[in-house]
Design a protein around this ligand. Structure first.
Ligand code: SAM
Length: 378
């Protein structure tokens, strides 16, 4: 019999047909379903700290992916739209500070891929584009992002390696780090976590520390984009919550996970966005679905088990934050990363509203030790 290449060796040839994309699936998806179910089984809590859908699951699946793409274009949800529209300009201010030579790009949570397109385009125009590795919990988001990110670029299909994986889990990051090092060797990598994704995690500082520890080598850089606030009082917290509440498309996106994982009849009037002051570090926004029917409901979950959903009980659908300068600086110290470049943009505000903005940081690994003396932000 003629000598045959193994199937994986034929993938670059297969990818010449633009209709195909590869995707490395890094974990059991059935395990993820068990995780969503566990979040929805938590005990009753009228304050929004009981049942929840954790970050990642808000975007998992086709309905949520489509709803997210719509929310990013909603005129009533200017935060994401403006963050995407202004990204090229903000990135230009930082791209000078990158290491020399070809650069590989790992996008953690690429979303619709528009920002990745801007970044890859700037690398491509200087002939510096290496591999593109988007990493997302949602396979549908990866396909969408890849198509958008690579439009009109000269990145060979065989240099694009989408990875479906939850990057908030330490064991996954170990495996992701190994995969990336095997792919790029010792050449530098730019990682990104954009669109204020970090703020969606309860333990945001721990996640940043974990990403830096498991992925970043001295030659690599990490591009972090977070929402920021100058004001830090109750009024600013209310205004921050309002940004989300005002957008019909955002409301559709945020309830899409409930539609997928429960049999709840969704009433948009039961959705609220609560703004809180989180010490001196951030304004915290909780998007909550509350049972306002006046009676107890039963939720059927993906494993067909049921759970009580008493009157006034809540399901937290999304968590977000806007960081203060103090909060951001403390988080970077705690995550042991140093800033090598920064752009800050005041965002969309009413003339008498608080000043919210977007900060884009280019980070490098710290030396692994805390600076001498007490942390001024502790
Ligand atoms: C807020 S969107 C940001 C999209 C894009 N980076 C931007 O700035 O426009 C968050 C993205 O991260 C992904 N994501 C959220 N949590 C994740 C997790 N734990 N593991 C992998 N991907 C995750 C979502 O699927 C989505 O693509």
């Amino acid at each position: 019999m003629a000598e045959r290449d193994q199937a994986v060796h034929r993938i670059p040839e297969v990818l010449r047909d633009a209709g195909w994309t590869v995707c490395l699936v890094g974990e059991e998806q059935s395990g993820k379903l068990a995780q969503v179910t566990a979040g929805l089984r938590r005990g009753p809590d009228p304050s929004g700290s009981g049942k929840l859908i954790t970050s990642g699951f808000s975007y998992w699946g086709l309905e949520s992916t489509v709803a997210w793409a719509h929310a990013c274009n909603d005129l009533y949800y200017p935060v994401m739209r403006e963050s995407i529209a202004s990204f090229s300009r903000r990135w230009r201010g930082l791209s000078e500070r990158l290491p020399d030579g070809p650069l590989h790009y790992v996008s953690l949570g690429p979303g619709t891929g528009q920002k990745d397109q801007a970044l890859l385009r700037s690398l491509d125009s200087r002939g510096r584009c290496g591999c593109y590795i988007p990493v997302d919990v949602s396979a549908e988001m990866l396909r969408l992002a890849q198509r958008e990110a690579l439009q009109h670029l000269h990145v060979p299909a065989a240099d694009v390696l989408p990875v479906q994986l939850d990057f908030s889990m330490p064991a996954n990051l170990d495996r992701l780090g190994t995969l990336i090092r095997r792919t790029v060797g010792s050449e530098p990598v730019v990682y990104s976590l954009l669109g204020n994704t970090l703020a969606n995690f309860d333990s945001d500082t721990q996640l940043l520390a974990l990403l830096a520890e498991k992925l970043l080598r001295p030659q690599d850089r990490f591009l972090l984009e977070v929402a920021s606030t100058a004001g830090q009082d109750e009024a600013a917290a209310r205004a921050a919550a309002q940004e989300y509440e005002n957008s019909p498309r955002f409301r559709e996106f945020v309830t899409s996970a409930l539609l997928q994982y429960t049999d709840l009849q969704i009433d948009m009037n039961s959705l609220t966005c609560e703004g809180l002051v989180e010490d001196d570090r951030a304004l915290k926004i909780k998007v909550i679905y509350r049972n306002r029917t006046g009676s107890e409901l039963q939720l059927t979950l993906p494993d067909r088990s049921t759970v009580r959903f008493p009157d006034q009980d809540t399901i937290r659908l999304l968590l977000s934050r806007k960081y203060t300068r103090t909060g951001l600086e403390k988080m970077l110290v705690d995550a042991r990363v140093t800033t090598v470049g920064e752009t800050h943009e005041a965002g969309h505000t009413a003339f008498d509203g608080p000043a919210f903005g977007m900060t884009l940081l280019l980070l490098a690994p710290g030396d692994g030790t805390r600076p001498a003396g007490p942390n001024p932000f502790d």
